[in-house]
Design a binder for this molecule. Structure first.
Ligand code: HPA
Length: 249
């Protein structure tokens, strides 16, 4: 049986229609997760929600204990994760407030605890990571967007930077040459850790701003908050439609 978790990022601290039934604190062999796991339901579908940056929103991207978060979800029996993340838009379609479902990624982050396969191993383990995002979940999200008449991008390459600072113009130019459409700070190692534990993982990226150099002037936090607010209300509708389609019997 499948069990869904949603990891919420900046701007998504709650989900419309999610009735919280209880909260659960968990310790893992890899430390403490970002926040209590919130158990709840949308209609009859049980869902677990985790606030990636903590509750209140206080853990920066490079300090998130990604291993504890993913391990905790696995312990709770989660089979599917939809990860929501704010991003900067690099290529033309990725305008502020737009939603994209990345299908590829490039990891530019460093110094993060990025694998469960580090210590006390019987054998060296390499996971396949050809497809970092689960195609079935992505197809479900694409269908949900179609049903809800939402215009989204069905593909895109996500570049994960270290943060917490935003990028320079030269860094964004390089990422664009590399093939990135979107830039964010939390996509890795989250996606790889989920794959290591055999959890289906897909991401909904919400564009908060044009990436550095893609609009005139500097990037303001006010601008980011404004676009995130609009984008996240669309994410909420998308999630709602996705859950009804996929998990309702
Ligand atoms: N860069 C990296 N991460 C982000 C951005 C950005 O421009 N906007 C939102 N998250």
């Amino acid at each position: 049986m499948s069990k869904l978790a949603i990891i919420g990022g900046s701007g998504l601290s709650q989900i419309n229609g999610l009735k919280i039934t209880h909260r659960q604190q968990l310790e893992t062999p890899f430390g403490t997760p970002s926040a209590e796991f919130m158990h709840g339901n949308i209609h009859t579908q049980d869902i677990i929600f985790l606030a990636r940056h903590g509750n209140p929103h206080s853990i920066p991207p490079h300090k998130i204990n990604y291993r504890a978060n993913i391990w905790g979800l696995k312990e709770l029996g989660v089979t599917d994760i939809i990860a929501v993340a704010a991003v900067g838009g690099i290529t033309a379609a990725m305008a502020p407030a737009h939603i994209a479902l990345p299908d590829q990624l490039i990891d530019y982050s460093y110094g993060r605890e990025h694998t469960f396969f580090a210590d006390n191993l019987d054998t060296v383990t390499h996971i396949d990571f050809t497809f970092p995002y689960n195609q079935q979940l992505r197809t479900g999200l694409i269908q949900a967007a179609n049903n809800a008449n939402q215009l989204i991008s069905n593909t895109g390459t996500y570049g994960c930077t270290q943060g917490p600072r935003l990028e320079t113009i030269a860094e964004i130019k390089r990422m664009e040459r590399d093939g990135c459409d979107l830039v964010g700070m939390t996509g890795m190692p989250e996606a790889a850790l989920a794959q290591e534990l055999d959890i289906n993982y897909a991401a909904i990226a919400v564009v908060a701003n044009w990436a550095a150099g893609k609009s005139i002037g500097v990037i303001s936090m006010t601008e980011i908050e404004h676009h995130l607010k609009n984008g996240m209300s669309n994410v909420n509708s998308l999630l709602y439609s996705f859950i009804l389609n996929r998990y309702q019997t």
